[in-house]
Design a protein around this ligand. Structure first.
Ligand SMILES: Nc1ncnc2c1ncn2[C@@H]1O[C@H](COP(=O)(O)OP(=O)(O)OP(=O)(O)O)[C@@H](O)[C@H]1O
Ligand SMILES: Nc1ncnc2c1ncn2[C@@H]1O[C@H](COP(=O)(O)OP(=O)(O)OP(=O)(O)O)[C@@H](O)[C@H]1O
Ligand SMILES: [Mg+2]
Ligand SMILES: [Mg+2]
Lengths: 254, 254
């Protein structure tokens, strides 16, 4: 039975999509079957894997709002063990449409169990907000992986994020845990980076991954070629960081 | 009569808050009276100016949802000509509460005219989404200033953003224009930066500010001291970039 993990943080631009694509790709290269769910109306996970979002006719929007069959909506990627449940522009209006739905936070948790057994891991890339899409992801998940950019504003939002996780645990999904906290875009030359990293380690203690993802331009170039870093530049620091993260992620799960 | 400008882009982490704080501070230093409205539940503009969001009892939430008096909610900052309409954690639930309000996109445009004459410029820092808070900002504004990070995903979201602006112009606010497009976190040493900058200039032509904001660590350090860059490190490239932007912004307005 596959484990479902949300990748969430309402702060924008902290590396949610980059982690969703690259962690799942490294696991797929190690032949763990993975499904990546793009729950962001920006559809960056979909385009970062090389799909033109304008050409995606059936997306997570149809599954969530129009009751379309989830298995018919999943597509294959360049990696044999990585599938994608894509997003597109239609998802922009989904949060407002979900408000009036029955048990509006539980729509996704009524869908993912149908395909859970086909995968070892299911990752959900969340939008930068704590609205209904992110609540749906957390309600459907076993755990939440929290990317944190090593910058000042990253610390500000943590208490809101933990508050939301606590509320979900209390009212919607008792089993939800924190999978881990990942430091991203780390630059060892900068005081700010080291200070924020120390603060995060003090705040989250053992939950912080030993693997840190460094700022690495090859990581930000890869999506423009529609490839995860492991296929774009396998010998880059970025690839090494995400491969180590995948190893640590698997080890923690044992 | 003050000009109202939304600072918006649904892509996260592109420099909306950084531009809101630093452009308005540079204008305030030049003695233009400015009001900064923090419309993001993360309240980064509020904390970036040195206010502890937990201590903010009256915020934009009370004005939008509870009908509180806007003049009683505005607070002074370290800069004589800069006032702030602060945000706090309460705003997290506002989008869901707004859905059932009467003419839900027009709530803010019913509030800002009351104080418009006291300021030369009113800037609204928007959250990273195209939901009801950003729609309220655009409906209440004369124009939209679009910060764009010089990275691949930044280009992806532009058509959604322009689509939303067009819909607002058609149904909610005929006078809305694009104030300008600002390239942020530019690094001249990176191919990716130069490529994206060229693409944006081709896409937006004259609307792109000649002033480019370079990646500069002093800019990302300033909010941890609760200060705009002009007060934190007046001789940094960051200060120079935002002062030039303020000059260009004023010149365009003539
Ligand atoms: N380790 C890294 N080194 C360099 N650039 C990075 C790194 N991680 C992410 N980036 C770049 O930083 C930007 C933000 O990352 P990303 O889009 O993954 O964040 P996000 O949290 O998904 O953003 P959003 O909040 O908009 O969903 C992207 O342009 C990405 O390419
Ligand atoms: N020119 C710059 N040089 C270096 N760092 C920058 C620059 N501009 C912004 N930053 C940093 O990048 C991060 C993202 O910027 P900011 O928070 O202003 O973006 P935003 O668009 O407001 O994000 P959100 O989508 O979460 O509201 C912050 O940590 C900020 O300090
Ligand atoms: Mg993303
Ligand atoms: Mg912001």
């Amino acid at each position: 039975m596959g484990k479902i993990i949300s990748i969430a943080n309402q702060k924008g631009g902290v590396g949610k999509t980059t982690t969703a694509i690259n962690l799942s790709s490294c696991l797929a290269v190690a032949e763990y079957p993975v499904l990546l769910v793009d729950l962001d109306p920006q559809a960056n996970t979909t385009s970062g894997l090389g799909f033109e979002t304008k050409k995606i006719k059936k997306s997570i929007y149809n599954v969530l709002i129009k009751g379309a069959n989830v298995e018919d909506t999943i597509i294959n990627t360049d990696l044999k063990y990585l599938d994608l449940l894509p997003s597109n522009q239609d998802l922009v209006g989904a949060e407002i449409e979900l408000v009036s739905a029955m048990s509006r936070e539980k729509v996704l948790s009524g869908i993912l169990p149908k395909i859970r057994d086909k995968y070892k891991y299911i990752f959900i890339d969340c939008p930068p907000s704590l609205g209904l899409l992110t609540l749906n992801a957390m309600t459907a998940s076993d755990s939440v992986l929290i990317p944190i950019q090593t910058e000042y504003y990253a610390l500000e939002g943590l208490s809101q994020l933990l508050n939301t996780i606590r509320l979900v645990q209390k009212h919607l999904n008792k089993k939800l845990e924190i999978e881990g906290v990942l430091l991203t875009m780390f630059d060892n030359r900068l005081n700010l980076s080291r200070q924020v990293a120390d603060d995060v380690k003090r705040f989250f203690d053992k939950k912080v991954y030993k693997t840190i993802v460094n700022r690495n331009v090859r990581i930000s170039e890869a999506p423009s070629f529609g490839k995860p870093i492991i296929l774009y530049d396998a010998v880059s620091t970025g690839s090494d960081n995400y491969m180590r993260l995948a190893e640590e992620f698997i080890k923690n799960g044992r």
